[in-house]
Design a protein around this ligand. Sequence first.
Ligand SMILES: [Zn+2]
Ligand SMILES: [Zn+2]
Length: 175
Amino acid sequence: MYLSDIHTHSIASGHGTTCTISDMAKAASKKGLKLLGISDHGPGTLASGTSSYFRSLPFYPRKRFGIDILYGVELNILDSAGHTDLSDELLNNLDYAIISMHRQNYRSGSVSQNTEAYINAMKHPAVKILGHCDDTHFPVDYETLARAALRENVIFEINEASLAPGGYRGDTRAN
Ligand SMILES: [Zn+2]
Ligand SMILES: [Zn+2]
């Protein structure tokens, strides 16, 4: 039984879902979840939350349909220095951030460059989760990444979409 889902996209991410945050909260409540986290894409993605959207999130209700709501973001890692696509001013007001690599705005480097990109990005205190770091397009050194994650108190996501047969992230099972 799942108690929470904290990697979710609303209509603000503009890629497929037509659900508002209220729709998602209602569905989560119906499924018996205790906690829902909203993590729309950062502004570096073609369709994404705008900066005014992320500026408003902290003022939204913390509880809807009887469940707790967290407001976060799925950041785009932009380079191996670990730069991401939301300013500190906005990021620091959110509950959490997921850091992910997406093909439209991160160019894969070597294993050590990709690993370094995650490690540098996760140093930001808002970052709590490594997003789909199973993607075969961005090879990483899992041993090194896991040690860094332990140090920074950041968790690995096992991404359901990555494990779907014929998924667009390649054969992620080994990763
Ligand atoms: Zn996502
Ligand atoms: Zn993603």
